[in-house]
Structure formats: structure tokens, C-alpha cells
Design a protein around this ligand. Sequence first.
Ligand code: PLP
Length: 425
Amino acid sequence: MDYRRFFSEAIDQLHAERRYRVFADLERIAGAFPRAIWRSGDTAREITVWCSNDYLGMGQHPDVIAAMREAAGRMGSGAGGTRNISGTNHPLVELEAELADLHGKEAGLVFTSGFISNEASISTIARLLPNCLVLSDELNHASMIEGVRRSGAEKKIFRHNDLAHLESLLAAAGRERAKLIVFESVYSMDGDIAPIAEIADLADKYNAMTYIDEVHAVGMYGARGGGITERDGLAHRIDVIEGTLAKAFGVIGGYITGSAAIIDAVRSYAPGFIFTTALPPAIASAATTSIRHLKTSSAEREAQRRQAQRTKEVLGAAGLPVVPSATHIVPLLVGDPELCKMATDRLLEKHGIYIQPINYPTVPRGTERLRITPTPFHGDALIEGLRDSLVETWEALGIGFGSRERTPAAASERVIPLAVPKSGG
Ligand SMILES: *Cc1c(COP(=O)(O)O)cnc(C)c1O
């Protein structure tokens, strides 16, 4: 075996399929969000980031930074070990109580990332339940797919947000068999929302457990930032609500909330929780500060909603192919991986605008896109600059426009034209 050759051929394959990933060298500037320094070769330039998942700019909030500094100064940098070995740092105790309260649940459990929280929790819950059948939305995130796979449980994939399909799978399994429905609230590539109440109705009817990923909703929806389940008064109808501390809350880490018994079971049985060092106290303290801030302040949520709506309208009015979305996410259809990459290169090099191209396998082939995430800090002038840069890029590269007469996407629209089936969901 020629190992070196084996790995270079694996990389060559990605190049041949035009899905080799390149990461931009960026340095975010606290106090000037969404500005960042981009380094390429010998040059360093200031650019504007339009695709950050720091959706509300909380990653640079003065109170969050101060909490991180203060805790690090008082308690040091690391956690010192797994919770089993080193105990739980007090800031983590406070954080878990804050999260349980956020979702109106008995208990919360924090993991080192949202990815790990899904993988460890789904795999543990589905493995503990005897002969469990997992019902998984076809567009679920990779971390949920990994969790299902590792559980070793039988799984059935239901078509995206398709209640009739889900019901037929539940009915075929029967009321007696253990069943776990795993799905997301906001799907981050199309920006559409699951029919949560109807899924909870089906779970009741067929006696299934429910697990929702609210990663792209926590902090941003609901009067206190408890996500779509809070906004729609549905948190009590879902068994496990999962979220991240890394996107709207602007820090790092993931979590689940639920009944005391479920949380204690995952705490006690999940290797991905037990055998890894806990989050540092400074991280926990910063996350708690961010959550507390967003529980009482709606200014960030309202400004984000306004700027996202404005972005949809301004780009739509210019004839750019904005995909209708019911959320803060603004997908712009390109439909070709090469053009998608060329467009983002041109935006960065010529216009100082950073938007990561979204290609297969993150989205189905033929639906390659730019995924734009306006924040409260993307003011009207930045939106107009974005429109002009996009129009120039679209014309220069000959990418298809939508109809210029077309009315901008309504905020309430629930049309999902991009949701074509994807393999292996
Ligand atoms: C980003 C993401 C995760 C993982 O969260 P991290 O905290 O970044 O690890 C989980 N689920 C969904 C839907 C995501 O987009």
C-alpha cells in the first residue's frame, strides 16, 4: 500500500468533482462586526462577512467578552478534566440551569459542541430504547445522521417535512414499538420550518418520542430566544430540545434539555459526554451571559428580522434569484458548483464580500447556492452594496437572474422549491 498516494488520490477525487474545500484566512474584528481581515498571499484586506452563523453578533457583545475575561482571570483557562474526574465547574452548573429554564424543561446537559450533543444524545437514546425505530427527516444535519448511525437502531428516512410519509412509517411500526422522531425546527440551507405541532400530534397518536434540533433558532425566535418551539408554544410537546451555544449565542458548545430522567440517562450512558474534558469555565460563563441577555432583550432579534427581510426585498427587486424562506436565512440560487465558486471568489477579490459557496453534498446537486445571513449589524447601506456587487457578479459570469418583475418573498411563505430528495439523509 502506497499510503501517501492513496491520500493524494482521495484529494484529487474531490478536485475532480469540484468539491475540494478551501477555507478563507479571516480575522474577525470585535467592535466592527461584520468586518474582518482577509489574508491571501502577502496581502491583508478588510472585507465584509455575509455568511456568519454568529447571527446576532453576540460573539462580540461587550458583556459576553467581559464575562469570558472575568471567569478566565478568576478560574483559569481549562476545565481540568472530564466532569467524572474533575467535577463540574460551577459556571457549567449555572449554564445548565439557564438552558433548562430557557426551554421550560426539568434539566439540561452541556456538551463540547452542538455536533457532539446530537451524535451522543441521539445514539444513546435510540440505543437504550429496546428495538427502537428512528424516524429521521431526509434533510437532517450530519450530526444527527451520525447519531442515528451510531445507535445501531433501525432507521426510516421520511421525506422532508412530509407528514403523510411520516405517518405511514409510524403506522407501519405500530403503537407498541419504541419510536424516536428526529428533526430540526429551522433547516439552515433552505431556511424553512418544520410543522412541529403536526409532528407532535403524530407522536402522540402513535406513541413516539420526539427530538428536535433548534440550532438555527435558539436566541433568535421566541420572546426569550427559546427557539421556534417557544415562539409557537410547543416546547412542552417535544421530549428533547437540542441547541448550540456557538451560533446566535456567539460562543461554543452544545446542549440538550428534557425531563430529568432522560437527561440523567444521557449523562450516565453517553461516551461522547463522559469521556471528554468539559467546556472551560470562561466559555460557560460567556454563554450564560449571552443567553441571559437574549432572554430579556429583543432588540437584536427584531433588528435581525428587519435586516433579513430588507435583504430579501432589495435583492429580489434587483431580479436576483432569492429563494423564498420563512426565516432569517436568504438563499440565493446559482445551480452550478463551478459558477458558485467563481461567484464567491469574485465577490471576495473584487468586492471585498465574503460569502462561502454552498455545494454538494451540503445541498443536492443542481441547487448550489450562496447562503446569506444578514445580522443586526448589516445596515441598509451594506445591503445596497451587497446588491450592487451581486448584480455585477451575476452579469459578469452570466448567472441566471430570476424574473425582475417578481414580488419579493413574503416573510410568511412556506414554499420550499429547493427541497429535492438527497441520498443518505
Ligand atoms: C451547526 C449545526 C450543528 C452543530 O452545532 P455546532 O455547535 O456547530 O457543533 C448541529 N445541527 C445543525 C442543524 C447545525 O447546523
